[in-house]
Write a protein that binds this ligand. Structure first.
Ligand code: NAP
Length: 256
């Protein structure tokens, strides 16, 4: 009986897209799917296929891993703001001569009625908040990026995070709201109204799961201070799981 050698694929994940891609690719008999998670949370949801957890040790560590494991293609499905991993993936794959695809959801774009102020970093968001007369702010920036806002003692913050910040920086006034998306429009409308929110601070993450707050803000004329995405290396890019699967064809990646 002939034994088929499976082609090893590495997904750099931790995102909705990473989980969806793993679900799709593990149905293929010709592939062996290995997912990589950063290990930021204690009990992460495990994707379909195999999973390894933790950093590789920079681009050189990733290149070594790819060679040792015989990985034939890498799909970087990390979050748009996980740019460090993105640059390491590009360099590691270049060194190990492994094809790399970026799977990335499109960024959100302002539409008429939006009151967005784009910033490049959190220092810019803080300066914009101070200058703009905000008093009650929904802070949806991730639990590890709260510190730049903790010194703004004239503002009350509703800090929304998936898991408890540890430690929580000493905000003079505010409340912690633990909640995991997706968030629907009705819930976001109620939240903004009940808490009398006048400003949202968030990242331009893109995707459906957390977009409703922007619609609710537009309806209410609420300002949104939005951090734009960090630069990433120029790479072949898919915006959907279907496009990523198409890239994994013999024409793009020399599968055995
Ligand atoms: P980052 O700043 O770009 O990465 C810092 C380091 O963490 C990387 O150099 C790498 O360490 C390690 N790392 C990151 N992602 C990894 C992965 N998927 N597998 C193995 N190692 C990984 O990343 P981050 O912004 O902290 O994000 C960490 C993870 O959380 C990512 O998987 C990302 O998809 C997910 N996430 C991030 C955000 C966000 O807003 N940043 C939101 C949702 C989900 P070594 O150099 O040692 O290899």
């Amino acid at each position: 009986m002939q034994t088929q050698t499976k082609t090893k694929i590495l997904i750099l994940g931790g995102t909705t897209e990473g989980y969806a891609l793993a679900d799709a690719l593990t149905t293929r008999a010709d592939l062996r799917v290995i997912n990589s998670l950063a290990g930021r949370t204690d009990h992460p949801r495990l994707p379909a296929g195999e999973t390894r957890i933790g950093g590789f040790g920079g681009a050189a560590g990733l290149a070594d891993y790819l060679r040792e494991q015989g990985i034939r293609a890498v799909i970087d499905a990390t979050h748009p703001f996980a740019a460090g991993m993105g640059w390491n993936a590009a360099e590691g794959c270049r060194v190990a001569a492994v094809p790399l695809l970026r799977l990335e959801r499109p960024a959100w774009s302002a539409v008429p009625g939006d009151r967005w102020e784009s910033v490049a970093d959190w220092a810019g968001a803080v300066a914009t908040l101070i200058g703009g007369g905000s008093r009650r702010v929904l802070l949806a920036v991730g639990r590890q990026e709260l510190a730049p806002f903790a010194g703004l003692d004239a503002i009350w913050f509703l800090i929304r995070a998936v898991t408890p910040p540890d430690p929580l920086p000493p905000f003079p006034a505010g409340e912690l709201l633990l909640a995991r998306g997706p968030f629907d429009l009705g819930g976001e409308r109620a939240l903004l109204d009940d808490q009398a929110i006048d400003t949202i601070v968030c990242k331009n993450s893109g995707g459906e799961a957390t977009a409703a707050k922007l619609t609710a803000a537009r309806e209410r004329g609420i300002r949104v201070i939005i951090r734009e995405r960090p630069a990433r290396p120029a790479l072949p890019t898919a915006t959907t799981v279907a496009e990523a699967i198409a890239w994994l064809s013999p024409a793009s990646v020399p599968l055995p």
